[in-house]
Design a protein around this ligand. Sequence first.
Ligand SMILES: *Cc1c(COP(=O)(O)O)cnc(C)c1O
Length: 391
Amino acid sequence: MSDNLESQSRWENAFQNNYGTPKITLVRGRGSLVWDIEGNEYLDFLGGIATNILGHAHPAIVSAISDQANQLGHVSNLYSHPRALELAEKLKSLTGEASARVFFCNSGAEANEAALKLSRLTGRKRIVSMIGSFHGRTMGALSITGQSPKQEPFIPLLKKIAFIPYNDIAAAKKVINKKVAMVIVEPIQGENGVVVPDFGYLKKLRELTTRRGVLLAFDCVQTGMGRTGEWFGFEKEGITPDIITLAKGLGGGLPLGAMIAIGDCASLFGPGSHGSTFGGSPIACASALAAITTIENEGLIARNSALELTLKLELSKSALVESVRGSGLLLGIVLKTGVAKKFVLGLQGEGILANATSETVIRIAPPLIVTDAQIIRFLEIFRKVASTYER
Ligand SMILES: *Cc1c(COP(=O)(O)O)cnc(C)c1O
């Protein structure tokens, strides 16, 4: 039995089946490359589902983590520590808002849970979310996730949540009234297949929520940290939300989430309102600081917009591709036929990791440090796999 197959049977005997059984077992990574237990090499164009913003084993992150582990590993939130202070100050400065205040947790779902709890303290109870959205798997985050197959087995969920079509401002006008506490929206719907709203939609949502005194939360868990060609996925619209949630790329590969509150809502939490034992741990914060510093020093955000153009242009030439949507290095390749899942297995067989969000959409989220040569290699292999469908 091959090593990958042996891992599959061990997996099945040790794990619950919520992920299905992974086909390959990864053992090592460097930059945008990873290797499996049999020594096969892959170009990682999924980056741990958009988490490994600087790829694998980036020297700045490795040394930040090991230095911090050698200094101070964990202290809880009963004590302050320099890395959390530095990171909170840095995130605050990236928002450009003096009133911004940060809460740290460990994941995207937890960041959205924190936003939900914060919104309750306005005294209003209703939440508006979007059809097709994804905000996490815990009960609160699932309650605001607009995908009924994920919700149905787990009802009853939280009440008073309205789901409206994404990118539909008329629908938003009908439900966003003075009883609504918070509207939560992804600047790009990642899990739903990298769905991008029309330019101006988020700004109109901002105007509407401001008029009706409703908190506007941007779930930037997948679109934050420079992935879309800006620090947070909404900046092109020139607006400021009340709440930003972050995770995925934030920790540079370590578990770290944040809920940033801006303006009046930044003072809603008081002692005892909320907490997280591991949230903002020194090692995770050190890793995040190293990631942010590297992204800044190496100009990775601007570069990533240039790569977007190349990828969109080249991928669109394929006869199998309907369109390529997304921003920066978060792209959805929309196929003309429903072969995305098989196509992704084909890519994997040729040494590329990507994922299918549905039968027609392939998502790629390579690390921001992906090299030009690796982009070319990806495009070559994409064409090769596509050609097997074109015959
Ligand atoms: C992945 C994701 C989440 C959930 O993050 P976890 O860390 O898996 O809890 C929430 N919102 C968005 C937009 C995501 O992409």
